[in-house]
Each structure stands twice: as structure tokens, then as C-alpha cells.
Design a protein around this ligand. Structure first.
Ligand code: UFG
Length: 331
């Protein structure tokens, strides 16, 4: 048995490949390297550079790796703001890419897929914490493209028996504790890496986008999970499917929220740096608060996140930033 990881050179994909290899699994990675980094991929994994929507290429990958019995799919664009400006880019790469992938998986007889979905499929939540059964009403093309992917997998399961697990992530932060792999986006838009770039002196100031939200300190509240814990959830989900269980969706969060100001305070404590900050207008499309109910992943998948302390999560990210001030230095 082997696992095919699509988007295995990206932030969460590379941590998952690393965890799979450490467990002794055979791992095949496909990544276009449009946003991923070749250096992030554990050298024990077999690597192919290519696009998951390129059917002849993907047929070749499956033909050359007949031991693959499960796919973990991270190969999608994921920036909310960009998706508002370029919706077709998201529906093409994410949604159409999924159709093409499922066609090739069906031809190859590979009947299991674990998929990175997102809290963005819920839109503006009506109740908190958010449960898997809550309404999914995305407010941006990114969330809509991923909700469509979940629905496509549902109907493909009914028709062709391809079983899926959709993992709806909340916010992700941190790096491998030894500092060897971490977060490196171009451009960087996420809160913690920007905070740490300011702490490291490679960026001048942090802008906090809005302090008039309906939250205790007026800044957005988010639920942060470490990529190690996300990686473990994907590995458990593959096992769940291999055991013959039904298709399902699970939230992955810590069930605890931190406001942007609380994240800044914790980062100041971890780094010992001042981190100059200015208040800026709201960024479009940010819900007040996003906190996951993730009891279902704990109960059904047996998920036990190891990183439950925001300071420890920030420490791992800070180690990566200090040792890699220019990320993988390949852009
Ligand atoms: N923020 C700032 N300043 C910055 C960057 C971010 O104040 O320079 C704020 C944002 O406005 C938001 C919070 O920090 O309030 C977190 O923003 P991120 O960009 O780090 O993360 P998001 O919550 O926007 O997005 C993440 C994922 C998406 C996913 C979403 C679902 O990156 O892919 O969570 O909740 F859709």
C-alpha cells in the first residue's frame, strides 16, 4: 500500500508527507511547484512535478505506482482575497481539477480520497463553535470552490464508490519543531508569518485589519491548529477509509479561539520583540469569529492533537523563521 499526496510540496502537504515517511509508509508526491517548494518534500518520498488536471500525466503516475490505494489531496489555491478577484482561477484549478482527478482515480480503480476542505465553506456562522452539520453558505469563491468539490465527491461516491473524507480546517500555524520545514508563501498574507517577519526584521510593521468586530477586543478571533496535528488527522482519515468506513466530513480545530491582538501578545512573549503594529481598515470577507467543534474528529477518527498551547505553536514557527528568514529561498 502507498499513499499519493497531491500538493505534497505545500505547507500542510509537506508536513503530512514527512509524518507519513516517519511512520514508514510508501509515499508518492505530485506537486506543480506553482506555490509549493521542492525542498519541503521529504527525500524518501517519490516526487513528480506536474498538474493534477493533466490527465495523461496523472494516468502515468497511477500506472507507475500500482501500490497506491489512497490519495490525499492538498493541491488547491487557498487565498480568500485572491479568489474574490479571480474566481475563475479557483473554480478552474480547484473544482475542475477535482473532476479531472476523480475521473483518473476511477479509471485507475483507486477508491479512497482524503481532501483538504475549509472552514470557508461555512461562510458567516450562525452559531459557535461550528459543527459539521451546520449550514454551508460560503461568502467567497474559494469556499464555494471547495464546497463544490465536497459535493462532487459525494455524487462520485454514490455512482463509482470512491469514498472520501473531507477535512475542514480552521487556521493553521506552526512548523516542524526541528525548524526544517515551515510556512513559505509568496506573497505572504497570513497573520502569524507576517507577525514573525516583523519580529525578525524582514518586514516593517504589522497591520491589524479591523478593531471594530463583534469580539471581546474588537479584532477577529480564529482557531489555530499545528500542521503536525493536521497531518496526523489526514493519516487517521486514510486509515478510516482503509477500514471500509463511510464517506464523511470532519472539522479540524482546537475548539479555542485567539483574537488577532492575543496572537500578537503571545508572539511578543515568545520572540521577546516589540513587533510594531498599526491598526488598518477591515479586510473584506473576514467573519468575526471562527471556532471549530472538533469532537467528531476526536471521537470517530481518534484524533488527539498534540499542540494545545498557542505559545508552543508560535515557538515552532519562530524557530523556522529565525533559521529560514527567506523561507526556502527558491523564489
Ligand atoms: N490579519 C491581519 N493582518 C495581516 C494578516 C492577517 O490583521 O497582515 C488578520 C486577518 O484579517 C484575520 C486573521 O488575521 O482576522 C487571520 O488571517 P489569515 O489570513 O492568517 O487567515 P484567514 O482566517 O483569513 O484564512 C484562513 C486560511 C483560509 C481559510 C480560512 C478559513 O488561510 O484558507 O482560514 O477560516 F479559508
Amino acid at each position: 500500500m502507498a499513499v499519493l499526496v497531491l500538493g505534497g510540496a505545500g505547507y500542510i502537504g509537506s508536513h503530512t508527507v514527512d509524518r507519513l515517511v516517519e511512520k514508514g509508509d510508501d509515499v508518492v508526491v505530485v506537486d506543480s511547484l506553482v506555490t509549493g517548494h521542492r525542498a519541503a518534500v521529504n527525500s524518501k518520498a517519490k516526487f513528480y512535478q506536474g498538474d493534477i488536471a493533466d490527465k495523461p500525466f496523472m494516468r502515468k503516475v497511477f500506472a507507475e505506482n500500482p501500490a497506491v490505494d489512497a490519495v490525499i489531496h492538498f493541491a488547491a489555491f487557498s487565498l480568500v482575497a485572491e479568489s474574490m478577484k479571480k474566481p475563475l482561477k479557483y473554480f478552474d484549478n480547484n473544482t475542475a481539477g477535482m473532476i479531472s482527478l476523480l475521473e483518473v482515480m476511477n479509471e485507475a480503480g483507486v477508491k479512497r480520497i482524503v481532501f483538504s476542505s475549509t472552514a470557508a465553506t461555512y461562510g458567516i456562522p450562525e452559531t459557535m463553535p461550528i459543527k459539521e452539520s451546520d449550514p454551508q453558505k460560503p461568502i467567497n469563491p474559494y469556499g464555494e470552490s471547495k464546497l463544490a468539490m465536497e459535493k462532487i465527491m459525494h455524487w462520485t461516491d454514490l455512482a463509482h464508490g470512491i469514498k472520501f473524507v473531507a477535512l475542514r480546517y480552521f487556521n493553521v500555524a506552526g512548523a516542524k519543531p526541528d525548524g526544517s520545514i515551515g510556512e513559505d508563501h509568496h506573497p505572504e498574507t497570513h497573520l502569524l508569518p507576517i507577525v514573525l517577519q516583523v519580529a525578525a526584521g524582514t518586514r516593517e510593521k504589522l497591520q491589524i485589519f479591523g478593531d471594530d468586530y463583534n469580539t471581546p477586543d474588537g479584532t477577529n478571533v480564529r482557531d489555530y491548529v499545528h500542521p503536525f496535528d493536521l497531518a496526523d488527522a489526514h493519516i487517521l482519515a486514510v486509515q478510516y477509509l482503509r477500514e471500509g468506513n463511510k464517506s464523511d466530513a470532519f472539522n479540524l480545530g482546537s475548539s479555542t479561539g485567539f483574537s488577532n491582538m492575543e496572537m500578537l501578545k503571545a508572539a511578543r512573549e515568545v520572540t521577546g520583540k516589540e513587533i510594531p503594529t498599526v491598526m488598518a481598515p477591515r479586510r473584506g470577507g473576514d467573519p468575526d469569529t471562527l471556532i471549530a467543534a472538533s469532537d467528531k474528529a476526536r471521537e470517530v477518527l481518534g484524533w488527539k492533537p498534540a499542540f494545545d498551547d498557542i505559545h508552543k505553536i508560535i515557538e515552532t514557527a519562530w524557530k523556522w523563521h529565525r533559521t529560514h528568514p527567506n523561507g526556502y529561498a527558491d523564489r
